[in-house]
Structure formats: structure tokens, C-alpha cells
Write a protein that binds this ligand. Structure first.
Ligand code: ZN
Length: 307
């Protein structure tokens, strides 16, 4: 049975950072956002975190052979049809019970996880797909030990990040990441975070990590996460984390934030640009829309108290 650590949360909450650091731990293999593997990798042959095209990456080639007898045999149109039928935030209430479509859709992921665990020899594989609806689907996946890490970041920091333009290097600069208005991302923040609360109430192990706390003490946070994942670490395993930085090796993240390409020294500092760069009117709007859950997660509603 493959043990899967699923990193969930709204995009721009720090899941890629958490995944990159987890991927440096012994017995952990970070896979990137598997939700995008079907389109971006199998069909579009975008770049793996190691820099190679997906089809040229030895790791993923071996995973594909083991999981499906080669990626070319995967019916991606079927995966997409199943995704459209079951993996939507609005379908989460229905995901209280498994349908044949849910089981079939989940089985594609299970095969990737199991093959990746076998090829890497890791005790835990990490999928940083983030989507809450997919986590509710994977709850029904057979033969995996699913443990969810819910990454939360201050809604105003998330909203500011969504207003910025970020290019996607894997497409050689021809494509940019999606942008959302602050009001839109505030609503998404509420919906996605609430969905992970519901997942926990439905009996799935969910461990919440605050982005800001994670960066305040990455070693302590990683030690906690490793214990939660069932792969306890000691001080020597965390030598790659220094004061304010981490030294990263090459990974094979299949898709996700451009940080997945970073090799070498990565600065570990809280991105609090929003406290000055997000206009006050928008800051108040997001703060008001997200107030109940900001409070529940322990965030001060007045950002002046934040530092
Ligand atoms: Zn690779």
C-alpha cells in the first residue's frame, strides 16, 4: 500500500515550498501536482523539475511503464471526462459517497502513486495537487494510505499573490499563470479551506500547516510533518535547512509552481509584501470576506498586529 502525503490548499499558499523541503527528506519522493500530469506532461510534454522534457525523464518513464505499461497507453480523454464529472468543488457534497466514476478516476492516481513509490523506493510519495475536490476523491482510492496536509496562508497574502503576473518557465515563457481579483480569491480561499475542514470531519487524517509558521521555524515544521507522514527525521536529515535558506537538490516534480525548478540555495523568508502592496480597500475587503476563518486559523484581522 502506497503512503501518500497530499498537500492541499488554495494556490499561492506555499504548497510548492513545503513540497520542495519535504522532497529533501530521506524516504520521501515529491511528485509535484499530479492533477496536471495528464494534460501538461503526457499530452504537452512539458518539463519535469529535473529540467528534462517529461518524455525524456528517466524517472517518469519508469513510473509510466510500471503504472500503465507506458504513458502512451493512458486514455487521457477518459481521465479528463472523469475529472469533469467528479472533481469539482461544487461536487464535494456528493463525494460523501463513491460512485463508479469516482473510483475509476481515483484509480488513475493510485497507479501513479504506487509506481512512483516502487521506482523511487521511498516510503512516502507527495502529491501537491492542492485541489480540495481531488482530496475528497482520493479518500475513496483503494490501496493508498492517504494523509492530507492542509497548507493555509493569510487570505490577504494569497489575494495579493494572485494579482501578480508569473510566467510559466516550463512553457518557455509563452504562457502565464492565472490571475484572480482579490474578491474572487477571497471567495476561493473560503471555499477551499472549508472543504479541507469538511474532509477532516469525514474522517480523513488532515494536518494543518500555516505558511507563516512553517517559515518561522522550518526545521520544527518539517520534523512535525515527517512524523505525521510516518517517516520520523533526526537533526542530520535536516542539515539542508540553514538559517533563512535551504539547499535543494534536483527533483522530479511533474507540474506546479516555477519554484519546482529551483536547485541549490533557496531563501526561506515570509513574503509579506501584501501588508504594504495590497491596497487598503482590497485588504479590508478580503479581510471582511474571510474574517471567520482567518480568526479560526489564528490570523490577526488587523495586519499591523501581524508582525
Ligand atoms: Zn525528471
Amino acid at each position: 500500500m502506497a503512503r501518500v502525503l497530499y498537500l492541499g490548499g488554495l494556490g499561492r499558499s506555499g504548497t510548492t515550498l513545503v513540497e520542495r523541503l519535504l522532497g529533501e527528506l530521506p524516504s520521501v519522493c515529491a511528485l509535484g501536482e499530479i492533477v496536471h500530469l495528464w494534460q501538461r506532461d503526457i499530452l504537452d510534454d512539458e518539463r519535469c523539475g529535473c529540467g528534462a522534457r517529461f518524455s525524456a525523464c528517466t524517472f517518469w518513464k519508469r513510473v509510466g511503464e510500471r503504472a500503465f505499461g507506458g504513458w502512451s497507453t493512458v486514455d487521457v480523454a477518459r481521465v479528463h471526462a472523469l475529472r469533469d464529472a467528479v472533481e469539482r468543488t461544487r461536487h464535494i457534497p456528493r463525494l460523501a459517497k463513491p460512485s463508479p466514476e469516482v473510483l475509476e478516476y481515483a484509480s488513475f492516481y493510485t497507479r501513479v502513486y504506487r509506481a512512483a513509490a516502487e521506482v523511487s523506493g521511498a516510503a512516502v510519495v507527495v502529491d501537491s495537487s492542492k485541489h480540495s475536490a481531488l482530496a475528497h476523491v482520493l479518500r475513496w482510492a483503494g490501496d493508498i494510505d492517504l494523509r492530507v496536509v492542509h497548507v493555509v496562508r493569510d487570505a490577504r497574502g494569497v489575494a495579493y499573490s494572485w494579482t501578480k503576473t508569473v510566467s510559466r518557465p516550463e512553457t518557455d515563457g509563452t504562457d502565464e499563470m492565472t490571475r484572480y481579483s482579490p474578491s474572487r480569491s477571497a471567495l476561493l480561499w473560503n471555499a477551499h479551506n472549508a472543504a479541507f475542514g469538511l474532509l477532516a470531519r469525514r474522517g480523513v487524517p488532515v494536518h494543518r500547516v500555516r505558511y507563516e509558521q512553517f517559515l518561522a521555524d522550518p526545521r520544527a515544521a518539517l520534523t512535525d510533518l515527517a512524523a505525521y507522514a510516518g517517516v520520523p527525521v533526526g537533526g542530520a536529515d535536516l542539515k539542508f535547512v540553514g538559517d533563512g535558506h535551504a539547499d535543494l537538490g534536483v527533483g522530479h516534480s511533474a507540474a506546479g509552481n516555477p519554484m519546482r525548478f529551483t536547485v541549490g540555495r533557496l531563501a526561506l523568508r515570509r513574503d509579506d509584501a501584501w501588508t504594504v502592496a495590497l491596497p487598503p480597500r482590497q485588504r479590508r475587503l478580503v479581510g471582511a470576506v474571510c474574517a471567520p476563518m482567518l480568526r479560526a486559523y489564528g490570523y490577526p484581522l488587523n495586519p499591523q498586529e501581524a508582525s
